[in-house]
Design a protein around this ligand. Structure first.
Ligand code: URP
Ligand code: ZN
Ligand code: ZN
Length: 464
């Protein structure tokens, strides 16, 4: 069985050209000039991409599906979250499996395999959140790498829950260097922040906006700097997750200028939402509680500049949805009790196209790079995923740059009772989403089925 996507304009991180895309057995088998089509024979399925772009499917390297957190569990599971991802043009996710303190990494990993298997709509991999770094987990890190879990997330924040100290971080980084793994760092000084949070609550500052005001950007800059210093001492690469603050970005930039293998992602919420949203009337601001917090609006331009100049390499979502009713409202009396996280797996590609490409902030090629190619390279998925090339998985989007959507939660597929972007109209979206050659979304209709998505073993870290 052959599929042909004809007459589209292929866009990769580096090229833009007219081509027919031929697919067999889930793999791209040919990229040919439309004028020569007749000589390549027939296809059983033909998708007309005239006037549209053909892009590699989005890769979201930061999701939290079915995750127990903040006294509740993120509201999307692997079925609903990956289906929503597919609708939004994301064909691979890398989710975070969690080690519960005092248990083996294996136990946490097995639990996440069980959550995903038979449910996912798109391909998925796992990072491993490591909450105990000791002799036995350090040994286990090597076993996990052999099974395709090649990145480990550590937290400088959330003391008593996910937090690990500098000694543990350093040890994990040394081990990462030995085994070709990548450490992903939640870089905020959680110990100092806990003091600020307690003091804010003592002053009666309980509304959602104090979530941001009690987590100043200097705490993120300090954490980022410390993570980079520890990585340099260990000779290990490091990836700063969900970077929100210009002063933290300065630290990444300095490290990269020194030649370090230092990488960082930001997320759409830091580019499109701000402290003003957290300060909305009544309890509305709870919708925007995530960590690191949303920052003053004027800081957004620095992040856009970072994306343009490659000081930031990736935009992923940190998709961690909680419903207002029954979840976010656990924190009506105190922002410190609001489950941290925002929905985003479905809206990332729309927002980055509409707010990035259409405004002229980034090129189409850069859009592809930050949403697909760079995360594929950094997280060991390339060249099977993250580009349009002969031999790559046919995870593809037929992208209409003018397709109109309103980002209301009622129009979307994430299992959450609000949208941070309610009422916002965006242009750009996929008419067809293909996962390993199969059309799973066509003109907004889901054509796939539960369990289509496969676990992907990722390669070790290979960038310099
Ligand atoms: O608020 C957030 N980011 N929730 C998810 C957990 C994390 O730190 O990534
Ligand atoms: Zn985090
Ligand atoms: Zn996260």
């Amino acid at each position: 069985m052959r599929t042909l996507i004809k007459d589209g304009t292929v866009v990769t991180a580096v090229d833009t050209y007219k081509a027919d895309v031929w697919i067999e057995n889930g793999i791209i088998t040919g990229l040919t000039h439309p004028a020569q089509r007749a000589q390549y024979g027939e296809a059983q399925t033909v998708i007309d991409a005239a006037g549209k772009y053909v892009l590699p499917g989005g890769i979201d390297a930061h999701t939290h599906l079915d995750m127990p957190f903040g006294g509740t569990t993120s509201s999307d599971d692997f079925e609903t979250g990956t289906r929503a991802a597919a609708h939004g043009g994301t064909t691979t996710i890398v989710d975070f499996a969690i080690q519960t303190k005092g248990t083996a990494l294996r136990t946490g990993l097995d639990a996440w395999h069980a959550k995903a298997e038979g449910k996912a709509a798109v391909d998925y991999g796992f990072h491993m959140i490591t909450t105990d770094v000791n002799d036995s987990t350090v040994a286990e890190m090597g076993q996990l790498v052999n099974e395709g879990i090649t990145s480990f997330k550590l937290f400088m924040a959330y003391p008593g829950v996910l937090y690990v100290d500098d000694g543990q971080i350093f040890r994990a980084m040394q081990r990462a260097r030995e085994i070709g793994a990548l450490i992903c760092m939640h870089a905020e000084n959680g110990i100092a922040l806990d003091v600020l949070i307690k003091q804010a609550l003592e002053r009666g500052e309980t509304a959602p906006k104090y979530h941001s005001l009690s987590r100043p950007q200097i705490a993120e800059a300090e954490g980022t700097h410390r993570a980079l210093c520890l990585a340099e001492m260990a000779g290990a690469p490091v990836y700063i997750v969900h970077l929100s603050a210009p002063r933290a970005l300065e630290k990444v930039l300095e490290a990269r200028d020194r030649g370090m293998a230092a990488y960082a992602e930001t997320c759409p919420q830091y580019l499109f939402c701000s402290l003003d949203d957290l300060a909305r009337e009544g309890f509305e601001g709870a919708k925007y509680v995530c960590t690191p917090p949303l920052r003053p609006k004027e800081m957004q331009e620095d992040l856009w500049r970072g994306l343009k100049t490659n000081d930031l390499q990736v935009v992923s979502t940190d998709h961690c949805p909680f419903c207002m009713k029954g979840q976010k409202d656990l924190g009506r009396a105190s922002f410190a009790q609001i489950p941290n996280g925002m929905p985003g797996v479905e809206t990332r590609m729309y927002l980055m196209w509409d707010g990035g490409v259409r405004t002229g902030r980034i090129s189409m090629n850069r859009f592809v790079e930050i949403t697909s190619t760079a995360p594929a390279k950094i997280f060991g998925l390339y060249p099977h995923k993250g580009t349009v090339a002969v031999g790559a998985d046919a995870d593809l989007l037929v992208w209409d740059g003018e397709m109109e959507h309103t980002l209301d939660h009622a129009n979307m597929h994430m299992r959450v009772d609000y949208s941070p972007y309610e009422g916002r109209t965006v242009f750009g979206g996929a008419t067809h989403v293909l996962s390993r050659g199969r059309v799973i979304v066509e003109h907004g209709k889901y054509q796939g089925k539960k369990g289509d998505g496969r676990f992907v073993k990722r390669s070790t870290f290979s960038l310099g």
